[in-house]
Design a protein around this ligand. Structure first.
Ligand SMILES: Nc1nc2c(ncn2[C@@H]2O[C@H](COP(=O)(O)OP(=O)(O)OP(=O)(O)O)[C@@H](O)[C@H]2O)c(=O)[nH]1
Length: 457
């Protein structure tokens, strides 16, 4: 064959790995080389005569047409990238080098499939984004929102959830759950037979498709994701084993998950697991720094923050607020007679009774020793504040059972009201403390309002 023959040149073009495309002024393919089968999934006959733009991914059409105008204007476009939709519906990333031939009145372009490079780039970018999110997200929920977005950039993730497993409490919870068909399920034990539990139990990713045979252990009841066509879950692996699972699912035939999606999700999951562990550790440290280890009540630091915030709110909204200073009477004797651990138990039970007694009306904290502070920030009238204080006194005066012994203590409670007794934090605490002291020196087991009686409002 003569190397100048058109047939020879065509056969050389058909040998190329990249696809050569020629498009006329109407924007229709007039020639495509044989490699289009690999690149686009179509035969040349299926493409020739068709509008080029119809093959472009809908999201990339506008900017593709803008570049076409540049080419007509004589600009060479050596590195333009866009996405095409292959015949099987998958997306292919193309890097184009294109130019305009005024003599022939056509655009000549070479298409290189750069999908693998794009995939590697987006995976790297996703990893980076997850580690960024681990630093910047304020809390776990914010982290999950970021992760959802990042996963959504890698694969279809309209229905996405994160399940976490707390081994100590044997509790599988669903702290982030975005789903077209279901609400987040209630927390449950691991043996509840969900697919998520199965992923955590096995430590293996799971891809279930409607068209593949279900080979699940009988314990799986398929209630989470019960109607989804495809369900893809990967474990959140840590050195301590799986701490949860990332799940995407689809209810429509438009989105079908593949092994490749499984790989992508698995690829980011380790980084996500590390980010979650980090956030959980942050949250634990924050909790420890602001709570009393014996009773788990807010400590002085957190009380201070909450009271300051409540005061500001009360000032802004012209609401009432009250502080109750609670100190047990003769608590030292409990320690002396029954031992320090019994004293600890009594303090813990005191915290429970106070918390229960205050309920939604405010919050309780432990200042230290046998001293507690109650913030009532629900705009109670003074009679109601006094009634709450009186009921707390009564609850705390009931016997405690400590290691088989019935032990009775009583509290002295001092009350300071905002705005009646002051409008600053320190001032209110001092008033409540002095009122508590007055209650104690009058014999204890009583409630005292700061500064004597206050007219009912
Ligand atoms: N068991 C236990 N005791 C504590 C703890 N923190 C402080 N205490 C003890 O609680 C007691 C508090 O002291 P006081 O308030 O003077 O004792 P009190 O007998 O209640 O005296 P009044 O308040 O004047 O009635 C001290 O004996 C401390 O050792 C704790 O975490 N656990």
């Amino acid at each position: 064959m003569n190397i100048t023959d058109a047939a020879f040149l065509t056969s050389v073009m058909d040998l190329l790995v990249d696809t050569i495309c020629v498009v006329n002024v109407e924007g229709r393919f007039v020639f495509v080389s044989a490699a289009c089968r690999q690149t686009f999934g179509y035969t040349p006959a299926e493409m020739i005569g068709q509008p080029m733009i119809d093959f472009v991914h809908p999201d990339d059409r506008a900017r593709t047409l803008a570049r076409v105008d540049n080419i007509y204007a004589g600009t060479k476009e050596p590195h333009f990238e866009n996405r095409y939709v292959r015949k099987d519906g998958s997306t292919v990333h193309i890097m184009w080098s294109a130019r305009w031939s005024p003599e022939a009145g056509v655009r000549v372009a070479v298409a290189r499939d750069v999908t693998e490079r794009k995939r590697a780039e987006s995976m790297q970018a996703a990893l980076y984004a997850v580690s960024e999110a681990a630093h910047t997200a304020e809390d776990l929920l914010a982290l999950f929102r970021h992760v959802h977005q990042i996963v959504g950039g890698l694969l279809p993730a309209v229905n996405f959830f994160v399940a976490l497993y707390d081994k100590a409490a044997d509790e599988l919870s669903f702290p982030y759950y975005v789903d077209a068909q279901h609400e987040a399920p209630a927390p449950r034990p691991l043996d509840s037979g969900t697919l998520s539990a199965e992923v955590i139990r096995s430590g293996q990713a799971m891809l279930l498709r409607a068209d593949t045979a279900l080979d699940l252990p009988p314990r799986v009841k398929l209630d989470v994701g019960r109607n989804s066509l495809d369900w893809l879950g990967v474990p959140l692996q840590t050195q301590q084993g799986p701490i949860g699972v990332l799940v995407v699912q689809s209810y429509t035939g438009d989105v079908r998950y593949t092994e490749r999606d499984l790989e992508l999700l698995q690829f980011v999951s380790t980084q996500v697991a590390t980010a979650i562990e980090r956030k959980q550790m942050d949250a634990r440290l924050r909790h420890i720094a602001r709570h009393d280890p014996l009773t788990d009540l807010p400590n002085r630091t957190l009380l201070h923050e909450r009271i300051q915030a409540a005061l500001q709110h009360a000032r802004d909204e012209r609401r009432r607020m009250a502080l109750l200073y609670v100190d047990l009477d003769m608590f030292k004797e409990v320690n002396d007679r029954f031992g320090h651990s019994a004293g600890d138990l009594l303090l813990q039970e005191t915290a429970v009774r106070l918390r229960r007694g205050v309920a939604q009306a405010g919050m309780v904290g432990r200042i230290g020793g046998d001293e507690f502070l109650v913030l009532l920030d629900s705009d109670c009238p003074v009679e109601q504040t006094l009634a709450i204080a009186e009921s707390l006194r009564s609850h705390l005066s009931e016997p405690f059972t400590l290691a088989g012994d019935a032990v009775t203590v009583s509290p002295s409670i001092g009350i300071a009201l905002y705005p009646a007794h002051g409008d600053e934090y320190q001032q209110l605490i001092r008033c409540a403390d002095e009122a508590m002291y007055a209650a104690k020196t009058s014999g204890g087991n009583r409630v005292r309002l700061a500064g004597g009686p206050v007219a009912p409002d």
